[in-house]
Design a protein around this ligand. Structure first.
Ligand code: ADP
Length: 458
């Protein structure tokens, strides 16, 4: 069933039940109220009759006179008086009312001065035992509450009209109300159906952003923003990666073409081969970096995670860095070691973490004249802090936000310092994967400090 019908139906059922309960309550309380008023009138009539009889004795014709002077609202009224044995001694039935026909025993069981109300021939009646001249008597007064019956009939019609009008209004308003909700959902579905990877700029109307649907629209818009960002980043990444691969391949291709055009001497061949080797090295570095990024940019699923001792990981740095270039130097400095051995432990992938730290250390050596990286290991309450400092040229403030972007390289070093611009992007992915963060402080002419903050393994 469609939501709009479901909402209308639920709305209608709930309101119908409420209306039904309210109408029934109104009818029941009105009936009770009118009934008690009528009973009271019958009782007062019986009492005044008793008072009159105690003042004077009267016969059937006088009783008729009394009965006929009753208010016209009492229909089919009857009065009967019985002696102490329950035998009728006087009776009058006005307006062709049927005679009161009751059991003697019923009368004899009555308690003195305690009115007993009952129904007889669809009429209301009251029976009273009283004493007069030292003897017990019974009086029964009955009448038909025509006004109450008529009044209840009218009330029933009014309540029925109100009930059906109420239910109809609820069905109509419920339908339009549900329609107004569903229209917004339909609008969201329609717009989302139009969104594709090509048409990612389309956004949902968020209105005032206050109700749930508007908040849903905001959430979807935020999701689309994130998806668009990630699509754009991926597209840019693929463009850049293809471009970076294309350039050395084209250079290799043209160098080989030129050298094959004629016979060359061994020196010339050697030169070409050395140049091709440099380009192949660059390509290999690029492919390696791309593979590492592919590994690190996903989720932690599929990556082997284990406790990693950070001090041991850092101790491997000097020898590994020297393997790249023997002139590179790493100076390690560990702050006061915590007593608890667990404070050295990180939970993560050792290979990726080492790769992240090594990339920053490599940059520090690569970009500074003294070719030296200073690595400081510090411990905070629940974090491990690795600060890598160099005395290099520093990074411009405007560049700081770009250096973690894939393929970003400063124009200043593009030609003179080798690299593919993927090192820091890889570092960024790896640190994010390990729930850490990275901070950079740099001063032109003085150097830079890259600080990696990682949560310890608890
Ligand atoms: P690559 O080193 O291959 O150029 P990275 O992603 O490692 O790529 O670095 C991106 C850019 O950030 C570098 O080209 C350089 O401009 C800047 N950079 C990174 N580390 C340093 C550093 N220690 N000192 C100065 N500039 C740096």
């Amino acid at each position: 069933m469609q939501i709009r019908y479901r909402i209308t139906l639920t709305f209608t059922i709930i309101v119908t039940i409420i209306l039904l309960l309210v109408c029934t309550a109104i009818y029941w309380f009105s009936n009770q109220e009118r009934n008690s008023i009528f009973k009271n009138r019958l009782y007062r009539r019986a009492e005044s009759l008793i008072e009159l009889q105690q003042l004077q004795t009267f016969d059937t014709s006088e009783l008729r006179k009394i009965n006929s002077t009753a208010p016209s609202s009492l229909f089919e009224r009857s009065i009967s008086i019985y002696d102490n044995l329950g035998y009728e001694i006087l009776a009058d039935n006005g307006d062709d009312a049927p005679p009161i026909n009751i059991n003697k025993q019923f009368l004899l069981d009555l308690a003195p001065d305690n009115p007993f109300f009952f129904n007889i021939d669809k009429r209301d009646a009251v029976a009273l035992r009283y004493r007069s001249g030292g003897k017990d008597y019974f009086v029964v007064v009955a009448a038909y509450d025509y006004e109450r019956v008529e009044w209840l009939k009218k009330l029933l019609v009014v309540l029925a009209v109100c009930f059906f009008a109420g239910v109809s209004i609820v069905i109509i308003t419920g339908y339009f109300f549900s329609l107004s909700i569903v229209v917004s959902i339909d609008e969201i579905i329609r717009k989302i159906n139009h969104i594709s990877s090509e048409e990612f700029s389309l956004r949902l109307n968020i209105g005032k952003g206050k109700d749930e649907l508007e908040k849903l629209a905001i959430t979807i818009n935020n999701l689309l923003d994130r998806l668009k960002y990630s699509f754009d980043t991926q597209r840019r990444f693929i463009d850049n990666a293809s471009h970076e691969m294309q350039t050395p391949l084209t250079v290799i291709h043209s160098q080989l073409d030129v050298s094959l055009q004629k016979q060359r001497n061994p020196d010339e061949y050697r030169q070409v081969m050395m140049s091709v080797r440099d380009d192949v090295k660059k390509l290999a570095l690029l492919v390696r970096s791309l593979l590492e990024i592919a590994k690190a940019s996903g989720s932690v699923k599929g990556i082997e995670l284990a406790p990693v001792r950070i001090d041991e990981l850092l101790l491997r740095l000097p020898s590994e860095i020297k393997k790249i270039t023997p002139f590179y130097d790493v100076k390690l400095q560990f702050e006061e070691f915590p007593e608890n051995e667990d404070s050295f432990l990180l939970y993560g992938n050792e290979h990726l973490l080492f790769s992240a730290v090594k990339n920053i250390v490599h940059n520090a050596c690569k970009f500074s004249e003294d070719r030296t990286a200073r690595v400081n290991l510090g411990f905070e309450d629940s974090n491990i802090r690795i600060a890598i400092t160099d005395h290099g040229p520093g990074i411009e403030q405007g560049e700081l936000e770009n250096i973690f972007q894939p393929f970003y390289r400063s124009d200043k070093y593009n030609k003179i310092i080798p690299g593919v611009g993927l090192g820091l992007a890889l570092v960024h992915y790896i640190i994010a994967l390990h729930n850490g963060r990275i901070e950079v402080v740099s001063e032109i002419g003085k150097g830079s400090t890259f600080t990696i903050i990682l949560p310890i393994h608890v």
